[in-house]
Design a binder for this molecule. Structure first.
Ligand code: ADP
Ligand code: MG
Length: 314
């Protein structure tokens, strides 16, 4: 079965125009698909190239090469339909301070040529919990309200895909929760969500799939469960009392590697087993244990490992 992805990104390269030198290579041939219907996280440290990629989709930055299709529409050949299929909430908050939230949405609807009777300004204000601020000047809104208004603005033309660039950067815990809820709500209503973040925890909690980008390269792209699964694994390193002919085996072992004549590394899922069980299983197979060390990883370790591997390879 094949379905058209919400966004298909192929070999996208971006070199910013040289400022004297040879220019900054911000994207080095990025490819991935955003499947329809989920919440997709583009995770990466500052300077990784996340905003560059989003701004290319938004038509704000020209790519150097490669292609992007949004909802099946190529952004070069069919920019008009591509644009209609996506709503983008930029990283920077910019508003004319003298418009009210209602006006901001009406003006945006006008830009998309949406007839007055088809506009959804009131409904959108409700959706982002800003109905009571309908007639307030944008400059009087709190940072969190402005972010919510930007989300409503991005949804004015009812795009099937909503992209949020660092929606919670510099936002307090309470507001972050609110934004997460809002994003989850939009997704439940059928909008495919893409968000960029440099917070691991955010990506882990919200996203069903995560791509990790570092120095302009995608270094991982997996369902969140699998990525976090890489962090659920725990390893015990055992030195045994005799040479190992037959490796110890047990259903709780995810992996058992012989690393020396008398040493093995056993990987297990720390949610399903524990070191005691692993040791008991090894002893039950006739080995005595001379020495034990353990190591474990969390998502942060997975991230650090992946990003440093990518650095080493560069
Ligand atoms: P992120 O959003 O992941 O933090 P960006 O896409 O903003 O990363 O930046 C990626 C790289 O491109 C960085 O090294 C940044 O300094 C550089 N960059 C971004 N915008 C420009 C620009 N307009 N001109 C030159 N270099 C830029
Ligand atoms: Mg950015």
């Amino acid at each position: 079965m094949t379905t058209t992805p919400a966004i298909a990104i192929r070999d996208v390269v971006k070199r910013y125009a040289p400022a004297g030198g040879e220019g900054k290579l911000a994207l080095k041939g990025v490819s991935f698909d955003v499947p329809e219907g989920g919440i997709f996280g583009l995770l990466g440290p500052n300077g990784a190239g996340k905003s560059t990629l989003i701004n290319i989709m938004a038509g704000l930055v020209n790519k150097t090469s490669g292609s992007i299709a949004i909802w099946g529409f190529d952004i070069d050949r069919d920019m008009r339909n591509a644009k209609r299929s996506i709503g983008i909430v930029p990283q920077e908050i910019v508003f004319d301070p003298f418009f009210t939230p209602f006006e901001v949405l009406e003006i945006q609807a006008g830009l998309y040529g949406i007839a007055k009777h088809l506009r959804r300004s009131e409904e959108l204000l409700r959706a982002v919990h800003l109905s009571d601020k309908r007639n307030a000047y944008a400059r009087t809104l709190s940072g969190g309200m402005k972010r919510r208004l930007l989300i409503a603005k991005a949804l004015v033309h009812a795009p099937p895909v909503l992209v949020l660039d660092e929606p919670t950067a510099g936002v307090d815990v309470e507001l972050r929760r609110q934004l997460w809820e809002l994003v989850t709500e939009m997704n439940r209503e059928g909008v495919t969500i893409v968000l960029t973040t440099h917070y691991l925890e955010e990506a882990e909690e919200l996203c069903d799939r995560i791509a990790i980008i570092n120095h302009g390269e995608v270094i991982a792209n997996k369902p969140t469960r699998e990525l976090v699964g890489m962090a659920r694994e725990k390893v015990v390193v055992l030195t045994l009392d005799k040479d190992i002919a037959d490796l110890p085996a047990h259903p709780a072992f995810l992996k058992c590697d012989k690393t020396g004549e008398r040493t093995v590394e056993i990987t297990y899922d720390k949610d399903r087993s524990n070191a005691g069980e692993v040791l008991a299983a090894v002893q039950a197979q006739g080995f005595a244990i001379i020495d034990v060390t353990t190591r474990e990883a969390d998502l942060e370790d997975v991230f650090v490992t992946l990003t440093s591997e990518a650095r080493a390879a560069a």
